[in-house]
Structures are given as structure tokens and as C-alpha cells.
Design a protein around this ligand. Sequence first.
Ligand SMILES: [Zn+2]
Length: 188
Amino acid sequence: MPNIFFDEAFDTGAGLHHSFSWDRLGDIKEGRGDLGEEVPVLVYRLLQYSMNHVLAEEYGPERANELYRKAGHLAGGELARNVLDLSLPLDAFVAQLQEKLRELKVGVLRVESIDEDAGSIVLTVAQDLDCSGLPPTNEVVCSYDEGFLAGVLEAYTDKKFQVREIDCWASGDRVCRFQCSAGDSAHT
Ligand SMILES: [Zn+2]
């Protein structure tokens, strides 16, 4: 199967190490021996937050958010295409996504409202991996999740999605709330 991300990376001269696709995650079970496949949330956040700091310092906070969104989009799409059954009807697909995000300990997903005709979905994620427990700073901080959810929804619907976080643990809420709006076909 052709991989557009690989081709893009190849065209810009990036090495294989810098091109991401699902099969490049490696054989984690084999490689991790008795340490196993899981790491503490602390380690995940160390990577996310230090990367966020560096990107914001280099490019400014707006651009850092955009880049996180882009990375999340890539991750969500790859996860959806490799782990989820995209042929399920909507209810079953959402149930499957909920189960997978819980199993992977990303968070507890719920659908708050859905308007299929308008292509609008409001999702909440409780105990979110990226932000739950952060001190309130009046910000929404989960731009990676925005991209991730858009990537999953686009893989499933084949439409473009814009996802924006409207409430976040960091903005003083107890869940992250995402407004997801469908646009045109992903291929136009
Ligand atoms: Zn959040």
C-alpha cells in the first residue's frame, strides 16, 4: 500500500527514521523483554511537554499547537487504519473506539451529542492522558488530541474534520470536550 507520508518524507530528503507509519513502531513486545509494553504516564508527559516547550520556543505557541495537531492527526489516522474496524456502523464504531482508548489508557471517551445531518459531534474525554490533573491556567492544551480525533474521524468517514477543544482540565473543567465538525470529502 502506498504511504503518502513516506513519499513526502522521501521527497524532502528526510531519513527513514523521520518518516512515520504504523509498521515503523517496531516489535515492542520483542524489544522490551521483561520491561514490557507499558510506561508510566509521567514518561509520556515528559516527552509531550518537553517537545511542546521546544517547539513553542522555536516557532511560537500557535505554530507549536499546529504541529502537535498535525502529529496527532497522523497518529490518529494510522491507529484507525491499523487497529480499528472502519466498516462498522457508527454506533459500533464509536463503541469500538471507546474500548480501544480505554484499553490503551488514553482516556474515557463519551459522545455528548451527535448530529449526523450537520456532521457535528461533541466528544468528551475524561482522565485524558495529555492533561488530566494539570493546574488550571485558563487554557485548552490538547491540540495533539484535536488532531488525533480528526485523524480517526477522517479515516472512518472519508471526510475532512475540524476538531477543536472547547473545555479542558487546564481550563478548569473535569473533562476535555471536543467539538468535531465535518467538512468536505478528505480527497478533494
Ligand atoms: Zn484537555
